[in-house]
Write a protein that binds this ligand. Structure first.
Ligand SMILES: [Zn+2]
Ligand SMILES: [Zn+2]
Ligand SMILES: [Zn+2]
Ligand SMILES: [Zn+2]
Ligand SMILES: [Zn+2]
Ligand SMILES: [Zn+2]
Length: 958
């Protein structure tokens, strides 16, 4: 586990110098103002840490020059695209990010200037730490402290005082449990992290493994799909080195210091860190005094590259001299070769001659068992080879019984993310390090070695999810398609399945990680029928590693719903939870997530999206249910976009508007109670005689063929089905006869005027989707269409004469109506209640779990408007569990908001065997909201003791 905090014995390694500040500055250690007029305090020349005289001795935050060396397990961050971050401070140079380009990590709270990217510390959350040798009682989760940018008003869990400040980078927050502390209080927090309030729904990292491959986390959790050309190197101009924040610092210093410094005494020199720095034109500008000695110059140069090497091993050379001569005292600066119009330049070099021995650091990589050491330092010479080092470090780590052949040594470079390479037995690490130093001394510093088991903790199998193939082919056909793509290249998988025929997707499994990775990249670049294939490398969840009482939350976010809110939510949830439990529906829909969770005995689902998205997830659950341990995971909702009738009924509200802190959404999910949702099967059976004609005009589009159209293969068709709705069309494909279609209905089913309006609205949206983004606008359009309908009504006049209704086997006489709505839930058309609240002797009080549907009638467009605005109820017609309707003519119909014109025939609505358990928000969460602050820590103060003792307790102190 990466640790920000250095061991107590290790110095934070800042280079503090006394400074006079001309504007108010705050101590990064105690967050108080630095008082006085001159010489108020100290600042670090490397990382800009500002500190009181009195606080200097107790500083615990490490300098960015040594921070990377303090990491035990390096984990690369998932960088966002460059953006502007307000009111935040850079985790490298500690300055404000406000108006400059910055990047942030998508899964943890690490934010830096784009220019500071070279010096980032790869200490992201370690989200998949499963070790097969350890069982549940042996694993320990540690806090993962992140410095600075705490939520406003954060309080220290140790002394209950404010540890938040907007003035500088200060305070620590655990990326897992959300505890916030003063830097100096962190060692007083109990060492075990229990995930705080989110423990009941957290997928513990110790239960997750990802295969040991080069595929980055971004690709696994699907962040990279929205990033453009991140692989192309940033261009750096010769005259404005964007990789140089020293420039900005010296500008600022010069403004601060104009009076007390004679500029003529100093010179700005370009420093290159070895050959790679020259190749990439990445230099730093260093301001040195003309009187400086070689040692002073060298120290300044090394600081510029955040290199903590002892300077006896390094030296400077004159970059523009013919022979690249080493700088010597006295007055090395004035002896530098000068070229017209260019700054003098020096190389930072590593002394290779007479340097045949040194020390290397070897770290244990997920060795489990009894290894307690962080790392070991081994003396090496030019002749020490990898085999020697493996034997030596096994001894140091106290692993004496194992065969050294079961282990291997991995070279890990922490510079610019994390790159790993397995070393050959006869390689010589010291020569390798010297070669790295020739290229860059910083890279040498950032290179270390890990001892790991040859056997991957993830196990030998690697599962790839493959999607976007045509639905409803045979297994043989799918195998042929895959064989054409990966088989020819020699990357044949070892097994296939499950296959989700209705969705054109499947899981293929490899027993060889190299093959799997090559197949992954090959498939990702491949198309079938002009569609890019979707490929995901899937993590494993070890169900035995999930503590009793914990029900991990499987989060699905429809990022396309509700404008940019989906995107903001997915980022928040990745940071609050384990990113491997958060799935972007844009990336293969609900199936990859449901597959990954298939062996988890108890889990819950959170769907962020519209009613259509919920239907989509429920339908996929129906599909995978038999193969999963957890048959009916309960579903909670964060409503996005418009409609959201099911969300309203279950008290999740009309739509998330970004106002609520995402942590509160998760707290509501923890508190929510299970409730059953009846589900219904709607069977449309078209009359034989009109079928032929119907197929030609294709006005319903609900044939087997229609489903293909839904996947975008027919451009002639008017009605194009959006992703949210594909599930309905897909279901049509699962019928046995071509003139029968079966749908699952969760909310309501309408015939007549209301469905027609819905259809008009739908078509308008399809023609001009951009106009329909806002909830308010949508409602406006709906009303306008209603008015138009008053003038040009056609189909639904005298609907009661065109249909015949039968409820529970009894014919029901219809009053004169233009529309009939059959309700499972008591919310329809974005929150209206057509049944109405009145008590009635004739009918039972309706709900969505009693196995009954409510049938109501609408007399016309005016009546419909009145229902929608809550002025009137519809006409109550019947209640029952089995409904049969005969359609004498073509009529508009809608199921759960998806409309079409249905040819004459018969419709039967009957109770589905499929069940759904939903989560209903409890009213107590509303109460709680009023009494507490949004911050996690405000609630945290009273309960520092671990809650693991009774995780099953439903009443967490909130
Ligand atoms: Zn202080
Ligand atoms: Zn520092
Ligand atoms: Zn910075
Ligand atoms: Zn990160
Ligand atoms: Zn923690
Ligand atoms: Zn404190």
């Amino acid at each position: 586990m990466a640790h920000l905090q250095p061991p107590p014995t290790s110095p934070p390694a800042h280079c503090f110098v006394k400074r006079t500040f001309h504007k108010p500055v705050y101590c990064h250690h105690c967050t108080d103002l630095l008082w006085g007029i001159i010489g108020q305090g100290y600042t670090c020349e490397v990382c800009n840490f500002v500190v009181h005289d009195k606080c200097m001795k107790t500083v615990v935050s490490p300098c960015s020059s040594v921070a990377p060396t303090l990491i035990k397990t390096p984990v690369a961050h998932c960088w966002s695209e460059p953006l502007h971050l307000r009111r935040r401070h850079c985790n490298v140079c500690r300055k404000k990010l406000d108006d400059t380009w910055a990047i942030k990590c998508e899964v943890c709270e690490y934010n830096v200037h784009v220019e500071c990217e070279d010096f980032t510390v790869p200490n992201c959350k370690d989200c998949a730490t499963f070790v097969p040798e350890k069982n549940l009682s042996q694993v320990v989760q540690q806090h993962h402290w992140r410095e600075g940018n705490l939520p406003a008003n954060s309080k220290c869990v140790v002394d209950k005082k404010t540890c938040w400040t907007g003035e500088c980078l200060a305070g620590l927050r655990c990326e897992w449990c959300g505890y916030t502390v003063h830097a100096m209080c962190a060692d007083k927090v109990p060492a075990d992290c229990t995930f705080g309030l989110l423990e009941p729904i957290m997928l513990p990292p110790t239960a997750v493994s990802i295969p040991r491959t080069e595929v980055p986390m971004e690709a696994i959790i699907g962040v990279q799909t929205r990033r453009k050309d991140t692989l192309s190197p940033r261009s750096i101009s010769e005259e404005f080195p964007s990789g140089d924040y020293k420039v900005r610092e010296s500008d600022e210093l010069s403004r601060d210091r104009t009076k007390d410094r004679d500029e003529k005494d100093e010179e700005v020199v370009k420093v290159f860190d070895g050959n790679s720095s020259l190749r990439r034109r990445m230099f730093r500008l260093v301001t040195v005094s003309r009187a400086a000695s070689v040692t002073e110059f060298l120290t300044a140069a090394m600081r510029a590259f955040h290199v903590p090497q002892e300077n006896t091993k390094t030296y400077l050379t004159d970059a523009y001299s013919a022979e690249e001569t080493e700088l010597t005292d006295p007055l090395p600066v004035s002896k530098l070769t000068r070229r017209d119009g260019k700054r003098p330049a020096v190389f930072l070099r590593y002394r290779e001659k007479d340097n045949d021995e040194g020390c290397i650091r070897v770290y244990p990589s997920r060795l489990g068992g009894e290894v307690v050491m962080d790392h070991t330092v081994l003396p090496v010479t030019s002749s020490t080879c990898v085999t020697d080092i493996i034997a030596h470090s096994l001894h140091k780590f106290g692993i004496t019984n194992d065969n050294p052949d079961d282990y291997r040594l991995v070279e890990v470079m922490l510079d610019k993310g994390v790159s790993e390479r397995v070393m050959e037995c006869n390689e010589r690490p010291w020569d390798l390090l010297k070669a790295v130093a020739r290229d860059s001394i910083r890279q040498m510093e950032m290179t270390r070695f890990y001892l790991q088991l040859v056997k991957d903790p993830h196990g030998p199998s690697i599962a790839l999810f493959v999607g976007s193939l045509p639905p409803n082919l045979s297994q043989r056909q799918y195998e042929n398609i895959l064989a054409d793509i990966v088989g020819k290249a020699g990357y044949k998988y070892s097994s296939i399945g499950p296959i989700y025929y209705e969705y054109g997707s499947m899981v293929i499994t490899y027993e060889d990680s190299d093959l799997a990775v090559r197949a992954f990249y090959t498939l990702r670049e491949s198309c079938y029928d002009d569609k890019n294939l979707l490929v995901m490398l899937l993590p494993n969840i070890q169900p035995q590693m999930i503590p009793e009482g914990v029900q991990p939350l499987l989060v699905f976010v429809n990022v396309k719903s509700g404008g940019c809110q989906g995107l903001e939510l997915i980022t928040s949830f990745r940071k609050l939870l384990n990113p491997y439990q958060v799935f972007d529906l844009d990336n293969g829909g609900p199936l990859p997530g449901l597959y990954v969770f298939r062996q988890v005995k108890h889990y819950k689902i959170l769907v962020c999206g519209g009613d259509g998205t919920i239907g989509w997830v429920l339908q996929c659950l129906d599909n995978v249910g038999q193969d999963s341990e957890c048959q009916h995971p309960a579903c909670a909702i964060v409503p996005l976009g418009t409609g959201n009738d099911l969300a309203r009924v279950l008290r999740w509200g009309p739509g998330y508007n970004g106002g609520e802190d995402p942590i509160n959404l998760l707290k509501d999910v923890i508190d929510a109670e299970d409730i059953r949702l009846d589900r219904w099967t709607v069977v449309f059976h078209q009359d034989e005689k009109v079928e032929e004609k119907q197929m030609q005009t294709n006005s319903t589009g609900m044939s087997r063929r229609g489903m293909y159209i839904a996947h975008g293969q027919d451009s002639n068709r008017r009605r194009c089905i959006s992703k949210e709705q594909v599930h309905h069309s897909i279901h049509a494909g699962s019928t046995s006869e071509d003139n029968t279609q079966i749908f699952v209905m969760n909310n309501y089913f309408g015939i007549g005027i209301e469905a027609e309006l819905c259809l008009d609205f739908h078509n308008a949206r399809e023609e001009n989707p951009n106009k329909f983004n806002s909830r308010l606008h949508n409602k406006g359009v709906y009303v306008k269409m209603g008015l138009r309908k008053m003038v040009s009504r056609k189909l639904c006049k005298d609907l009661h004469k065109e249909i015949r209704l039968e409820v529970d086997g009894r014919a029901v006489d219809l009053p004169p109506v233009e529309g009939v709505i059959i309700l499972n839930i008591l919310s329809w058309g974005s929150g209206a209640n057509p049944w109405g609240p009145e008590k009635d002797d004739q009918f039972n009080k309706p709900n969505h779990w009693d196995g009954h549907l409510e049938v109501v009638g609408v007399t016309g467009i005016v009546h419909l408007g009145q229902i929608q605005s809550g002025l009137r109820s519809a006409i109550r017609i019947a209640q029952g569990g089995h409904i049969r309707i005969k359609l004498n003519s073509e009529l508009p119909v809608q199921v759960d908001g998806e409309p079409w014109n249905q040819a004459p025939g018969e419709v039967v609505v009957l109770k589905s065997a499929l069940k759904a358990t939903m989560l209903k928000k409890t009213s107590k969460s509303k109460l709680r909201r009023r009494n507490t602050e949004p911050s996690m820590v405000a609630n945290e103060q009273t309960k520092l003791e671990p809650i693991r003792g009774d995780p099953a307790s439903t009443s967490h102190p909130l």
